[in-house]
Design a protein around this ligand. Structure first.
Ligand code: PBG
Length: 328
């Protein structure tokens, strides 16, 4: 920690370094860079399909041909990584379209890597978009079964890697899934495919708009028996420590904005890259208030993203990526 025993006023005048824009720029402590952003894409089956998500202005469900167009635009803007979520044609009890080798995310990864090999493709591993009940795992007695789900998640991760995914990002919050995924990847010659673990993922009402976007709302109950309670911080440290032991290369805190303390605590306690997910509700709140003219949307966006980085995030998943990079 630095030494805060400054001489008193009038010797110390902190306003000296705030006087001009030049001085402020020079001594700003936290900078957003063009390498900080990951942009989420919602990939749907079919062709020629682009449907705006009503609760997320400027965000779309896209067919694969449109995903490719989007990747071209992103690369031109300087955004070099995407996070893929799938919207399958059919759903069943075990989410089998999520781990099919011709699943929508598998196809999209393949096509992106074929056309834009320089694009970093990160894939979301979870069953909720693919199950008929909308939960993140296999259900028995109205309860999400941990160990039976691990096998399916591992299969899903493997099919993603086989189809070109550069980083695997499990978001399900089952216990032991990082180890299960690391094992199946290693056994199949994907030793060098990193895992970005949604390590401290809270059960959050800020995911509301996403569930419309991904058509993944649970059909009964909620996700509280697997995602974390928002009152907890020590438990987040245990989740992160376990995921690191199991082989996570990058850990994530999610959501970001209401959890800046968790990001900071992670930064102070661990020494691996931290990703923060600036989630759908955080995006839509700012968009809605800006639309009403109540806040300056661009300024609040930049302040928010800078705060997430200042808290300790190395990279940020954000629906704002395209707008923000234009202002850097
Ligand atoms: C689950 C998943 C969710 C989000 C990312 N992955 C939703 C959930 O857990 O219910 C939310 C992202 C957002 O709100 O932007 N596969």
């Amino acid at each position: 920690m630095s030494n805060f025993n400054l001489p008193n006023f009038p010797v110390s005048r902190l306003r000296r370094l705030r006087k001009t824009a030049n001085l402020r720029d020079m001594f700003r402590e936290t900078h957003l860079t063009r390498n900080d952003f990951i942009f989420p894409l919602f990939v749907a089956e079919g062709a020629n399909f682009k449907r705006e998500i009503s609760s997320m202005p400027n965000m779309f469900q896209l067919s694969i041909d449109n995903v490719l167009r989007e990747c071209e635009e992103l690369l031109n803007l300087g955004i070099k990584s995407v996070l893929l979520f799938g919207i399958p044609d059919f759903k069943d009890e075990t989410g089998s379209s999520g781990y099919a080798s011709d699943g929508v995310v598998q196809k999209a990864s393949r096509e992106i890597k074929k056309n834009y090999p320089e694009m970093l493709v990160i894939t979301d591993v979870c069953l909720c978009e693919y199950t008929s009940h909308g939960h993140c795992g296999v259900i028995e007695n109205e309860y999400v079964q941990n160990d039976a789900t691990l096998e399916l998640l591992a299969k899903q991760a493997l099919t993603h890697a086989q189809n070109g995914a550069d980083i695997i990002a499990p978001s399900d919050m089952m216990d032991g899934r990082i180890a299960a995924i690391r094992k199946i990847l290693d056994e199949n010659n994907f030793q060098e495919t990193p895992i970005m673990a949604y390590a401290a993922k809270y059960s959050s009402a800020f995911y509301g708009p996403f569930r419309e976007a991904a058509e993944s709302a649970p059909q009964f109950g909620d996700r509280k028996s697997y995602q974390m309670d928002f009152g907890n911080s020590d438990e987040a440290m245990r989740e992160i420590a376990l995921d690191i032991q199991e082989g996570a290369d990058i850990v994530m805190v999610k959501p970001a904005l209401s959890y800046l303390d968790i990001i900071r605590r992670t930064k102070d306690n661990f020494n691996l890259p931290i990703c923060a997910y600036n989630v759908s509700g955080e995006y839509s709140m700012i968009k809605a208030a800006a639309e009403k003219g109540w806040i300056d949307g661009e300024k609040v966006m930049m302040e928010t993203l800078t705060a997430i980085k200042r808290a300790g995030a190395d990279v940020i998943i954000t629906y704002f990526a395209k707008e923000a990079i234009k202002l850097i």
